[in-house]
Design a protein around this ligand. Structure first.
Ligand code: NDP
Length: 298
């Protein structure tokens, strides 16, 4: 049976380290890292994420600011707020919770964030830096950055020559994940909905990352014996066995089957999920160190 990769515990390690490095910054007489989270509208899932981000920021010792705006907020008003946060020296990281209401151009808002405060790593400057291997100053999207940390915990830092297959090519997970694996000298294949014979391709992977959004699509016999399987998917499915109207979370990988073949595997929940917020804190800390003229913590 595979080793279960405990994302919750790795995320706690990251948060602990961010907290300690925040304290060091303050001891050096520098301002503590500041994170501004902006939420527009009342999407319940977004509210939960935002509350959790603000709570973890406080736990790290950050200056944490939350802007909760009504759903009818105009694009112009949002752009004005972003400009104010860009100019505020107490703020190192700006996170705009997605999705935004339909009348707001999300792309325009994201590109208005100053690249050095873009702790989500979605600005074209940061995407370009990741794509060209400028990892010392890039902000990398939090979910793939966290997935990479989990892979390194299992495989060590030297991934040279390993075959990696990333299933999914979104801008927030699949593509940046592939760039990180490529930068780590893996031989990377990105699969998507038009890929032919995905099971066969998946079986070539020493590292298999699933970021699809389809419950338990990746079966046990798609997994190469001993592979490291990272399941980014979070899917809610009905769970009548828990009672009427109840549901449960599953990943994109059929966990019980895949765990029989894999060398190591992330569970859902408790795998990649907790890493995302932890890496947001790490990115905000890095931004504060860079703003203070200090070397970015590794
Ligand atoms: P997207 O919907 O943006 O992308 C899904 C990708 O999967 C697309 O590239 C799509 O291909 C591909 N795909 C869809 N169906 C198939 C198929 N049958 N075979 C092969 N590829 C397929 O999703 P995200 O990247 O945003 O998210 C992926 C999953 O990760 C979701 O479950 C999401 O909830 C989860 N997630 C988890 C996070 C966390 O913190 N753990 C954070 C972000 C996301 P194509 O491009 O051809 O359409």
């Amino acid at each position: 049976m595979a080793e279960v990769i405990d994302g919750k515990s790795v995320a706690e390690d990251v948060v602990r380290s961010v907290k300690a490095l925040t304290a060091e910054l303050v001891v050096k007489g520098k301002a503590k890292p500041g994170l501004a989270v902006v939420i527009v509208g009342e999407d319940p899932a977004s509210q939960v994420y935002v509350a959790s981000k603000s709570r973890t920021a406080k736990e790290c010792g950050f200056h944490s600011l939350q802007h909760t705006l009504p759903a009818e907020t105009s694009e112009a008003a949002l752009l004005k707020l972003i400009a104010e946060l860009n100019a505020d020296p107490a703020i190192n990281g700006i996170l705009v919770q997605l999705p935004l209401p339909a009348h707001v151009d999300a792309g325009k808002i994201i590109q208005a964030i100053a690249p050095q405060k873009d702790v989500d790593g979605f600005h074209f400057i940061n995407v370009g830096k990741l794509g060209t291997g400028e990892l010392d100053t890039a902000f990398v999207p939090c979910t793939p950055a966290g997935s990479m940390l989990l892979i390194e915990r299992v495989r060590g830092k030297d991934l040279s020559g390993l075959n990696a297959v990333v299933v999914g090519r979104s801008n927030i997970v699949g593509k940046p994940m592939a760039s990180l694996l490529l930068a780590a000298n893996c031989t990377v294949t990105i699969a998507h909905s038009r890929t032919k014979d995905l099971p066969e391709l998946a079986r070539t992977a020493d590292i298999l990352v699933a970021a699809v959004g389809r419950p338990e699509m990746i079966r046990g016999d798609w997994v190469k014996p001993g592979a490291t399987v990272i399941d980014v998917g979070i899917n809610r499915i009905p769970a009548p066995e828990k009672g009427e109207g109840k549901s449960r979370l599953v990943g994109d990988v059929a966990y019980a089957e895949a765990a029989k073949a894999a060398g190591a595997i992330t569970p859902v929940p408790g795998g990649v999920g907790p890493m995302t917020i932890a890496m947001l804190m790490a990115n905000t800390l890095a931004s504060a160190y860079l703003a203070a003229g200090l070397k970015r913590p590794s």
